[in-house]
Ligand binder design. Structure first.
Ligand SMILES: Nc1nc2c(c(=O)[nH]1)N[C@H]1C(S)=C(S)[C@@H](COP(=O)(O)O)O[C@H]1N2
Ligand SMILES: [Mo]
Length: 193
C-alpha cells in the first residue's frame, strides 16, 4: 500500500507560511491573470472574470521540501485545464513557467499541469486565500513539492523548451516529485542518492 506521506516528510497540523521574499499586498482591482508564449490566444483575466470561470474543487496534500507535509487541503479555483482550453496552446508548447507577483517562478511539464488536480486556487478550506498563502490566486500542483505551487500567480507562460524557475535555478530539483525524493539539483546527476 502507498504510504500516506512521501519519504522524509513530517506531518504538521499548522499551515506553515513559506516564501523567499516579502508577502505582497495585491489590490484586486489591479490584479489580472495572463497567459503568454506559445498560445493561439493570449488571455488577460481580471479578478471578477476569474471568479466566473468554471469552478473546480480538489483535496490534496502539500509537501514542502523543508520536510513538512500538510494533509487534506481543500482547494477551490479553476483547473489549469480550463485555462489551457481557453488559451489554446500551440502544438509546440510542452512546458509551462508560472510567474508570480513577487518575481518568483516555477516550471512544470505541460502534461503534468494537465492533471485533473492542478488548479489555480482562490479558496483554501472554504475561505478566500489570505495574503500569506497567495491571495488572490495561487497555483496548486499536488504531485510536486510545494515550491512548484506558486503563490500570487500572475502569468502562465507556455514554452517549447523547459526553463527552470526560481528554486529549480537555485539548487532544487527540476522535477521535484516528493515520492521519488527529488529534492536537490545535484540529484539530477546521481539519481540513486
Ligand atoms: N510566489 C511564491 N510562491 C511560493 C513560494 C515563494 O517563495 N513565492 N514558496 C513556495 C514554497 S517553498 C512552498 S512549500 C509553498 C508554501 O505554501 P504556503 O506558504 O501557503 O504554505 O509555497 C510555494 N509558493
Ligand atoms: Mo517549500
Amino acid at each position: 500500500m502507498k504510504e500516506r506521506v512521501p519519504p522524509g516528510q513530517v506531518v504538521t497540523n499548522k499551515f506553515p507560511v513559506l516564501q523567499y521574499g516579502e508577502i505582497p499586498n495585491i489590490s484586486l482591482e489591479n490584479w489580472a491573470f495572463k497567459t503568454s508564449g506559445d498560445v493561439e490566444k493570449e488571455l488577460t483575466v481580471a479578478w471578477n472574470q476569474f471568479l466566473e470561470l468554471p469552478k473546480a474543487e480538489i483535496t490534496a496534500d502539500m509537501h514542502c521540501v523543508t520536510k513538512w507535509s500538510k494533509l487534506d487541503n481543500k482547494w477551490e479555483g479553476v483547473r489549469f485545464k480550463t485555462i489551457y482550453d481557453l488559451t489554446k496552446p500551440k502544438t509546440s508548447a510542452k512546458y509551462i513557467l508560472a510567474h508570480s507577483f513577487d518575481g518568483y517562478s516555477a516550471n512544470i511539464p505541460l502534461n503534468i499541469a494537465l492533471n485533473n488536480d492542478v488548479i489555480l486556487a482562490y479558496k483554501h478550506d472554504g475561505q478566500l486565500l489570505t495574503a500569506e498563502h497567495g491571495k488572490p490566486v495561487r497555483l496548486v500542483v499536488p504531485e510536486r513539492y510545494g515550491w512548484k505551487s506558486a503563490k500570487w500567480i500572475t502569468e502562465i507562460e507556455f514554452l517549447n523548451k523547459d526553463k527552470r524557475g526560481y528554486w529549480e535555478e537555485n539548487g532544487y530539483h527540476n522535477n521535484g516529485d516528493p515520492w521519488k525524493n527529488e529534492r536537490f539539483k545535484w540529484q539530477e546527476e546521481c539519481p540513486q542518492k
